[in-house]
Design a binder for this molecule. Sequence first.
Ligand code: A3P
Length: 302
Amino acid sequence: PSTTWLDQRVLRQYQGSWLHHQMVPGVISVQRRFTARPDDVLLVSPPKCGTTWLKALSFATMARAAYPPSGTDHPLLRLNPHDCVPFVEVLFSAGQEARLEALPSPRLLHTHMHHSLLPPSLARCKIVYVCREPKDMVVSIWHFAKSIMPAGGIAFSFSDLYESACQGKHLHGPIWDHVLGYWSASKASPERVLFLRYEEMLLNPVSTVRNLARFLGMPFTAAEEAAGTPIHIAELCSIDTMRGLETNNTGAAGVLAKFPHGSFFRKGVVGDWVNHMTPEMARRINAIVEDKLRGSGLSFTP
Ligand code: A3P
């Protein structure tokens, strides 16, 4: 794909969120024509905030009866997580929504859409949301853009990306509106919306898996705990395992555009922004985000 996938010039504002222009028809179609099933599970994330990891963890947790996570024929050993969990608005944008209907229940689906854009049937599903400290998100977007760069180079600089992110103008931005929509939904209905942070997941991946299983209504049994199932899921889905798999070093994921599987696995750490932003840049974006989140009870700055 062209790096313009992440260039602000391709962005269009739709109902308050910035979308790649190719996604606008898909989002409108989801709003008009998609009816979720009551037992669908919807994974949601802003781009570059842990989507791939959440897809892997949720898929492995939900499918563990059919596919034990320590098994040698687990689908995640041969398929990229993006090929295990479909991206709703992308399939609609590509005219491939029939693929969603063909899936057996309970379906595991993914979207980058803001909460305010979801059609009512989707907003009523169980939702697992993951977000990430915004400076690290910006850095991750930058590296993703570079990793999918066509010959000829990238058309914007890190500071261009930073400036537009400060204005909320980035793919599926503004980030503060994205997080606030799901934060409010999780406060209103914690049994329906699980709000996760990438940083907390990294601190304790095994607790995250247990939390996810409980939320999905399939907590680990004593026998599964004794067999180490939550640990096996965390290990299977760890960035080190995923990055080392042959499937993630070949091929590409995506329907509208193809992204090399390997481009989804980079450092997977907290705080990489220090290598890209000056203290002044960090202070400025922190202040903008703090201001937007003020009064919500949510914060990204210690
Ligand atoms: P970095 O670029 O900071 O390394 P997304 O999946 O939403 O596109 O987000 C990509 C980010 O998640 C990248 O962050 C990537 O390295 C990280 N990531 C991908 N798989 C991961 C995993 N299994 N565990 C932890 N982080 C992961």
